[in-house]
Design a protein around this ligand. Structure first.
Ligand code: UN1
Length: 504
């Protein structure tokens, strides 16, 4: 079966009509072969504004539905995702080039966040607070916020939406989603899956609870500027975040930003080297380096450098790169030519800065417009040049260290502070890495790599990563507004000493 036919068959099983695949002028190509697999319709900024108004009307109804009942809708969404996991996972593989286990893994993250949010729908707790006033009670109440705008990136085309949507829905919000222009098909599939859940749920889910807006930058801007969108959760590049953040701040709207990651690992003298090697290989090469949590920098203690780096190079040279839809490739393609060019540019800069490059060359998979590349490992004399920047491709910069304090400082010296890990069996090193003077990232791990964060923890980072938090822990609070309520059940109204009003 051709890729076009398979895509169409998958989408029809998922509930998207074949007509949608040739409905407009946005060409969707699969990075697996580089061929165009659909041309879908895009909405205008005016249509986007209308959709936001409809989502706002839906919010006004949805906020009145009790939270545990809202949780039931998300439970049904989780069921539908379970039932369609294979198809949606395969579609992710076709649209972004993930290997099958990663395409399915992404859908599993969606299922997991649904389960989490269902539980959360009965746990949107506020505190009861001791008041200084006699005969009073003080408490906090969490209320639905409004329309939540979601802007997602190509690399997690469905999971990021679900981390936001599952929470937003149990919190009583409606959702307007602008997926990456590179991945509209998986977004249309999610819309259809959600529609099935709504159908099973019943009439108390208002029309317009989820709007998917396929479109360009003007649609993103419509979402960012619309006064009825109190929160925009945007995942993507730091450059995108720099454009979105100030515009939201300008109208006092909230932002959940998940931006770049220039994540590092540190291998200490006492590390279990086999374990470290496996974790580094997975974290640095997995998803062809196109995760925000990809390991991009590695600091290795000089005493173990020669035991680990040659083995790592061997793994880089032998890993199978190829078509993720057939065979046993562990690394699929880059998303497009721009990604390949960006990688080559970074490697040239690294060489100019004294780096020694292994790998990084294009792999011929028989498709002129598909960009497969052997992952690159670059031994650097110091942390300089392209090492300071996130390049969204499989490049691991390796540096030697000798002093623990100095390596922590180097680790923290880059702009993005998303994920980090240390490999050590020395408890003092491990604890110092996790302490206030250790890693400055939103995710800090011991003896496990930088990627593969579970949905139960709050996902996000610091500094140029945007400071946002999605998914687990208390991330839900960003999707609600808090009121502090004070109730006076006494017969008196205490005012400041010496203050009284003549009201007779
Ligand atoms: C991302 O790359 O945008 O921790 C998210 C991970 C995944 C999420 C990555 N659970 O690698």
């Amino acid at each position: 079966m051709t890729l076009v036919n398979e895509t169409s068959a998958l989408l029809s099983k998922l509930g998207v009509s074949a007509a949608a695949l040739s409905a407009g002028d946005l060409a969707v190509s699969s990075p697996v072969t580089g061929e165009t697999i659909a041309t879908v319709a895009q909405v205008s900024a005016a249509t986007a504004a209308k959709a936001i108004d409809e989502a706002h009307a839906a919010f006004l109804e949805w906020r009145k539905v009790p939270a545990p009942r809202r949780g039931e809708l998300v439970r049904l969404l989780g069921e539908e995702l379970r039932a369609h996991k294979d198809e949606l996972g395969r579609l992710v593989s076709i649209e972004v080039g993930k290997i099958p286990s990663e395409g399915l893994g992404e859908v599993q993250e969606m299922i997991d966040i649904c389960d989490f949010a269902v539980g959360l729908s009965r746990q949107l707790y506020g505190l009861t607070i001791a008041t200084e006033r006699p005969g009073h009670r003080m408490m906090e109440t969490w209320h639905p916020l409004g329309v939540v705008g979601v802007i997602s990136a190509f690399n997690f085309p469905v999971a990021v939406w679900s981390w936001n949507a599952a929470l937003a829905l149990v919190c009583g919000d409606s959702v307007v989603w602008k997926p990456s222009e590179k991945t509209p098909l998986t977004a249309l599939a999610c819309e259809a899956i959600f529609a099935r859940a709504v159908k099973r749920f019943g009439d108390d889910a208002p029309h317009g609870l989820l709007k998917v807006l396929v479109g360009g930058a003007d649609v993103g801007e419509a979402l960012v500027d619309h006064p009825r969108v109190p929160l925009v959760s945007a995942t993507g590049s730091t450059r995108m975040g720099r454009a979105v953040g100030p515009r939201l701040a300008g109208r006092f709207a909230r932002a959940v930003l998940e931006l770049g990651g220039n994540n590092a690992g540190i291998v200490c003298p006492s590390a279990d080297l086999d374990m470290a090697l496996r974790a580094i290989a997975f974290g640095a090469m997995g998803t062809a380096g196109q995760r925000c949590t990809t390991m991009r920098r590695l600091f290795v203690h000089e005493s173990v450098y020669d035991q680990i780096v040659p083995r790592l190079k061997k793994a880089y040279e032998s890993v199978t790169v190829g078509n993720p839809l057939e065979g046993r490739a562990l690394i699929g393609p880059l998303i497009d030519k721009a990604a390949f060019d960006g990688m080559q540019k970074a490697l040239e800069e690294a060489k100019a800065a004294g780096g020694s490059v292994t790998g990084g060359v294009r792999v011929d998979a028989g498709h002129a417009e598909a960009f497969y590349v052997r992952p690159a490992i670059v031994e650097m004399p110091s942390q300089a040049g392209p090492v300071m920047e996130e390049t969204f491709a499989p490049i691991l910069y390796v540096m030697k260290y000798s002093d623990f304090d100095a390596v922590i400082a180097e680790h923290n010296a880059v702009g993005a502070g998303l994920s980090s890990s240390i490999f050590t069996r020395d408890i003092q090193e491990a604890e110092r890495f996790l302490s206030a003077e250790g890693s400055d990232c939103g995710i800090a791990n011991v003896n496990i790599g930088t990627s593969g964060a579970e949905i139960g923890g709050a996902f996000g980072g610091e500094k140029e990563t945007g400071g946002g938090r999605e998914s687990g822990s208390d991330a839900w609070k960003a999707y609600m507004r808090r009121a502090t309520n004070t109730v006076n059940y006494s017969k008196a109204l205490p005012l400041a000493q010496g203050v009284s009003f003549d009201i007779d």
